[in-house]
Design a protein around this ligand. Structure first.
Ligand code: C5P
Length: 229
């Protein structure tokens, strides 16, 4: 059922996993399915928002009726997201963005040769897009009212993971951070998930479990609540 929680609000959501080319046929990628980002886009649209989805590689189709920009690499995701963010009320960075990319992509397929040394891949840092969006808002004094980051953390104890997430929230400078614990079979590609939403108040995180659609609705309700508070 639709609501009007986000009526008239422009919400940019990034989704999926970037692919960083090694040559015309190979890439470095990650296991992000795009399911959580698509669920968020659906939930935001159902809440009345005007949604723009910036989608890297996904195992699922983008939701119907949502404006979608397809991208491949972190640099392409950066261009599309910075552009869309300039006119957004809310930015939700659910995409798994590669932290590194191959320093060079070969123009032709890398060949194996018996007479040459095995190739070595040199990686360079990708820009942190989330940090950049926060920085643009800081520098310009205007921009999205709410910037939401995601953190997929592996850790042995939930207190470790929460500690990492708090550090990440502070480092990124965003308003909310959605934490999910990954590893083994958890989260990536799964339909069930468990998340914690952290803010900068130091309050205990808001916890939600269930399908990615259920969790997405909780996140969108929280976003709407933050916008009016
Ligand atoms: O640092 P880490 O990759 O764990 O941070 C995750 C959050 O930062 C996610 O919201 C992700 O979309 C965003 N991110 C980004 N640019 C990068 C790497 C991550 O915006 N280069």
């Amino acid at each position: 059922a639709g609501t009007t929680m986000l009526l008239g609000k422009r919400v940019v959501i990034t989704s999926g996993g970037t692919r960083e080319p090694l040559d015309p046929v190979r890439f470095l990628g990650n296991r992000s399915s795009g399911k959580q980002g698509v669920a968020l886009a659906r939930a935001a649209a159902a809440a009345g928002a005007e949604v723009e989805l910036v989608a890297a590689h996904m195992d699922v189709a983008p939701p119907e009726g949502v404006k979608t920009t397809r991208v491949e690499t972190a640099l392409q995701l950066r261009t599309a997201t910075l552009e869309a963010s300039a006119r957004a009320d809310v930015v939700i960075m659910a995409a798994a963005v590669a932290d590194f990319r191959p320093a060079e992509a070969a123009e032709t397929k890398i060949k194996k040769r018996d007479d040459a040394a095995d190739p070595v891949i040199t990686l360079v840092r990708n820009p942190d897009i989330l940090q950049e969006i926060v920085q643009v808002r800081r520098d310009s004094g205007t921009g999205p009212a709410l910037i939401v980051g995601f953190a997929a953390e592996t850790g042995d104890s939930s207190s470790d993971v929460l500690g990492y997430a708090r550090q990440k929230l502070a480092r990124k400078g965003c308003d909310l951070l959605v934490l999910n614990q990954v590893g083994r079979d958890l989260v990536f590609g799964q339909d069930q998930t468990a998340i914690s939403i952290l803010d900068n108040s130091g309050a205990d995180p808001q916890v939600a479990t269930g399908s990615k659609d259920t969790v997405a609705r909780t996140i969108i309700e929280r976003v709407a609540a933050e916008l009016v508070s």
